[in-house]
Design a protein around this ligand. Sequence first.
Ligand SMILES: NC(=O)c1ccc[n+]([C@@H]2O[C@H](COP(=O)([O-])OP(=O)(O)OC[C@H]3O[C@@H](n4cnc5c(N)ncnc54)[C@H](O)[C@@H]3O)[C@@H](O)[C@H]2O)c1
Length: 418
Amino acid sequence: MKEKKIAVLGLGYVGLPLALQLSFSYNVLGYDIDDIRIKELRKGIDKTLEVSEPLLKKQQKNGLFFTTCSKDISDCNFYIATVPTPIDVRKKPDFSALKKVCETIGKLLVYGDTVIFESTVYPGATEEICGPILEKFSKNLKAGKDFFLGYSPERVNPGDKVHTIDKINKVVSGQTQKVEKDLLEIYKNLTSGEVYLAKSIKVAEASKVIENAQRDINIAFINEVAKICTKVNISSYDVLEASLTKWNFLNFEPGLVGGHCIGVDPYYLAEKAKNLNVRPEVILSGRSTNDNMVKFVGKEIIKKLPPSSSCLFLGVTFKENVPDLRNSKSLELMKYLEKKNIKISFYDPFIEHLKGFKSFKKKNLTNKKFDGIILSVPHKKMLLNFKQNFLSLLKKEGFFFDVKGKFRNKKISNYWSL
Ligand SMILES: NC(=O)c1ccc[n+]([C@@H]2O[C@H](COP(=O)([O-])OP(=O)(O)OC[C@H]3O[C@@H](n4cnc5c(N)ncnc54)[C@H](O)[C@@H]3O)[C@@H](O)[C@H]2O)c1
């Protein structure tokens, strides 16, 4: 079992839980270019809150090792890259981290090594972008002959304590039968879920990117429904509850789609489509509908408030129960409202300070009441005693904006939700 020595490169939301879980079965080294991240991990601190301190410390005692030095991982025979694949300002795939990590791995490659990618990409990227860079930086090694490529898309869902890395079904793929066999072995040791062998690397890449694009499009449809419902003065959540009594109605909710997966991955698929002269109309229309929800929600809030109102904004991360602010549409909504002269105090149990915004501390409150309370990201931690802790801070004529409809059945007056 220990003959496979695995390096996981990129220890973020995906890479750290992966390295930790693999370390129960293999000799694992974690590599990241972020010095602070490595220092924290060595102390057992995971700022992403995906992994517990005792477990992180225990597995380090059992051999899991974290480093920023690529030499430390040079005698590994399996390299798994879990680096970010974001979009640039033009909303085009930004492969810079992926290219850089290929350079790092390429320099370390020896005959017989395997390089597995977990980063989300479009079909073809592993073999067309990563393979040639690995070859270029290796010592004249050829992909598929001297070293081998594999791809296994990641499905973990930050903040989700049910569909965890040790239980979810995984898709794997490899350049040769030997790689397929190795990946099946590695990932069967990782998860108690099904490990599905895709027909090719391209199929595995495509399977991941369409999962997230499909989700984005479905949410976009429901967001459009929510806009219509707002105009006819009914709650989209009430409509959805009724529709869901039909056996084949799909369960999606309206909302702000942020983060670095659902709001990003469709652009990878769209880019591939454009390169192939296929117009990604549905994909991009979904993206634009979801992106425009910030403005829609912002306008609905402003309509109901007196000019220069003061509002308490609750939840600013990109989704519930995670500390991640990247591409947060709630943060965008808060900025939008501020620009429209709404005075914002914010509270988020995961975020203490935000440049340019006043953070709300109950103990500093001097009889102040708000014109509006906006519950944008309903973190579990905030929902306990919500009425007492937050709604009590609303002026008598004040409005409660419950973006995700958490309290829609509670008969609250001056209430709005999507
Ligand atoms: N977070 C999710 O929910 C999720 C789910 C499924 C798939 N994915 C995909 O997984 C990939 C990683 O996402 P993430 O959320 O873990 O990203 P992240 O930003 O949380 O972590 C990435 C880590 O990679 C490191 N890094 C960047 N460049 C590097 C390099 N050249 N060498 C080594 N380390 C480097 C960063 O310092 C960071 O610690 C992306 O392709 C993403 O689309 C993410």
